[in-house]
Design a protein around this ligand. Sequence first.
Ligand code: SF4
Length: 63
Amino acid sequence: MKITVDTEKCTGHARCHAAASAVYPLDSNGYCAVREVTVTAGEEAAAREGAAACPERAISITE
Ligand code: SF4
């Protein structure tokens, strides 16, 4: 499973990080620091939770 964060849409709510801090680290300005990453099996549920929490729908999941 892969997650992609659309940096044009990300406005720094940090809800993704609150739901899954290991999957969605933040940069020094509070924006999601992840651009594209393959998620390990053990982190998939957290990654989905973080994506669902994003109010900007900036996070895409590819199975
Ligand atoms: S919740 Fe969405 S808008 Fe907020 S930091 Fe994460 S990706 Fe960006």
